[in-house]
Design a protein around this ligand. Sequence first.
Ligand code: THG
Length: 367
Amino acid sequence: MTHRIGIGPNLRKSAFYDATIKEGVASFSVYNHMLIPGHFGNPDAEYDRLLNSVAMWDVAAQRQVQLQGADADKLVQYLTPRNLSSTRIGQGRYIPLCDYDGWLINDPVLLKLAEDCYWLSVADSDIHLWAAAIAHEKGWHVRITEPDVSPLAIQGPKAENVTAKLFGEPVRAMKYFGFIETELKGIPLVLARSGWSKQGGFELYLRDSTYGSTLWNIVKDAGSEFGIGPGAPNDTERLESGLLSYGADMRWQTHRANPFEMGLTSLVDIENGHEFIGRTALVKAQQQGIKRKRVGVFIDDHPEPPGHPVALLCDDEPVGFVHEFAFSKRLQKTIGVGLADIARQDELFIHLNEVRHHVRVTDIPFI
Ligand code: THG
């Protein structure tokens, strides 16, 4: 079944759009109202490339929400349950964001660029509106913008070689989630050791979208001796590695979850008492006991993924969801992630196209 989606002005184009078209992008998805490549025609080869050599991904749809001003630090700390007091300039942090009821609304990477300037590298929800409203209502001095910043990811075991060839040997010593403001042949960038895979790599945050194709080609040329090729955030690898995907694994509109349920308890700092949105609700949730848990699942047979969450059933009663699944080549099994009632994890099933598939719960990460 093939459908076509019209590309109109509501779908923003990435700075790397022209470059990915030239590379033969075969499918797009939509993330933060922007087109994001899904794959380039050979998902199997793209998975192998990520695991064995190096891939380059247009992740410009990971938009930056910039908080700038004298109260930027106050705002960012109020937005997240994670205590940020020890965060230094040049350090990235993975931070959950919750609403007032404790439900996750995003899980960005935070970059501290200056004492009064932060970027939230957001997942797929409109955090700029949320942050701006809160700042305004609080009367805090902080300006919220979406700057012209477009991340390009280099991921895989040879990503370090490519990045060292481009920026010099010292990048090999960069810490995980550390970043620097730099340039490449006059192109302004932030270079970070990060990315949405567990195969290692870097993200180049391009700071001027007019250089999109130029930067793409520079990375492609430097990477050719290491076998670089185009790719995209890889759902199979992320399931194997247990990385969270806001929008897939939880989404405020359709399937809410709190950070305890999603396995982010270590990022919720209730003990040291900083004030943050959702605190009261999370304290209460913790006192009442957490009843659901993020789980890995093995699914019998090799069903076709439906592209949306499916109910997990126990004695024909819904006891949770499977949010996403895929066939893992490394495990030779269909694996997935979901959220399930802690007390009901035996004899589970899902129904797909009127076929019943047995589901077995396991720990994540798979690999
Ligand atoms: N990089 C950048 N921005 C992003 C993402 C990214 N924005 C959207 C999305 N990804 C945000 N979500 C995540 C989810 C997981 C991770 C990063 C961003 C991640 N998690 C590691 C893990 O779970 O093992 C490390 C978490 C930690 O340090 O505690 O990397 O990928 N720029």
